[in-house]
Ligand binder design. Structure first.
Ligand SMILES: [Zn+2]
Length: 337
């Protein structure tokens, strides 16, 4: 079955004015992908998420707050997080696209993508924040369990910011292993290694903070040498990437130095992992605020995913932060030893 990507023109109607998280991001991504025949993916319009799908993650009052604020013409939730009249439609399609992506993967698509805005990973159970109104990847992961019985999901979040929302939503469960590589310290201030989840979820939050200036060695090294071994121990039945591109060297909101080739290398690692585990692989767009770097890097991801399985690097990159994370996590995860 052909890889599928979900999109929707409603993404352009979430009007944030002069804001880094703007409609031009999606315009640039779609233009770049269309010029490459969508990198082998079949574009489809995202459906709206249903209330039940949203409320598997967010309380009804949270959902209603977003709908009502958009319906009344919009306003601001906090200094960063804006709602316009079109934001409800945009958010419904962004969540619905992530859900449809999971349905496509469950039906055998192998690879799928949900390319919408607003992004989602900062949105907590009951708290929209950080440009995010609904947590799209969390809604996708819950749908995977509820509709398809996939109860071991790995979420790899390579957005440069810690996905505090996804971490909070799944902190108490072992059904979702949340791995985040993020610049620290940086917004939103969470994501320390000591945050490991609680109760049944203890150990199933893996925070991999990196310092400002970190580039391909740190990001690709952490994926190859830490995330992949942990995934082999967990054996997830679904792999989801919270794919933000604001760790790019050209990004204005953070200070990391990942290149287009670095994103392609992380995509290649997830591609090999999915083949090795026989698990489907999807991505939900998060951040990325230099529109050209974003467009090129999303294309690099999808191009890598639709190509034949790449060979494993003989000697994956490493960095002190990779060695430190390996030592720190080896006690819990046998494949790291
Ligand atoms: Zn981000």
């Amino acid at each position: 079955m052909t890889p599928v990507l979900f999109r929707h023109p409603a993404s352009l109607g979430h009007d944030t004015g002069a804001h880094p998280e703007r409609a031009a991001r999606i315009v640039a991504v779609e233009r770049a992908l269309e010029a490459e025949s969508w990198c082998g993916f079949e574009p489809q319009e995202a459906p709206e998420a249903t209330r039940d799908q949203l409320e598997a993650v967010h309380p009804a009052a949270h959902v209603e707050r977003i709908r009502a604020l958009a319906g009344s013409g919009g306003g601001s939730i906090d200094a960063d997080t804006l709602v316009s009249r079109g934001s409800w439609d945009a958010a419904l399609r962004a969540a619905g696209g992530a859900v449809a992506m999971v349905d496509a993967l469950a039906a055998g698509a192998g690879r799928a993508a949900a390319l919408h805005r607003p992004p989602g990973h900062h949105c907590e159970t009951d708290r929209p924040m950080g440009f995010c109104l609904l947590n799209n990847v969390a809604i996708a992961a819950r749908h995977a369990r509820d509709a398809h019985g996939m109860s071991r999901v790995l979420v790899l979040d390579w957005d440069v910011h810690h996905g505090n929302g996804t971490a909070e939503i799944f902190a108490g469960t072992d059904e979702v292993l949340y791995c985040s590589i993020h610049e620290y310290p940086l917004y939103p201030g969470t994501g320390r290694p000591s945050e490991t989840g609680h109760g049944a979820g203890e150990g199933h939050t893996v925070n991999l903070p990196v310092g400002a200036g970190s580039g391909d060695e740190a990001f690709v090294g952490l994926v190859e040498r830490v995330v992949l071994p942990i995934a082999r121990d967990v054996r997830p039945d679904l792999l989801l990437v919270s794919a933000g591109y604001d760790a790019h060297v050209d990004d204005p909101l953070a200070s990391c130095a990942v290149t287009d080739a670095g994103f392609a290398a992380m995509a290649a690692a997830t591609h090999r992992l999915a083949d090795e585990l026989g698990a489907p692989l999807g991505m939900v767009l998060e951040g990325g605020y230099d529109v050209d770097a974003l467009a090129r890097s999303v294309a690099a991801t999808l191009r890598t995913w639709s190509a034949p399985t790449p060979a494993a690097p003989e000697d994956p990159p490493t960095a002190p932060v990779v060695e430190w994370a390996t030592r720190r996590l080896a006690e819990r995860w046998p494949s790291l030893r």
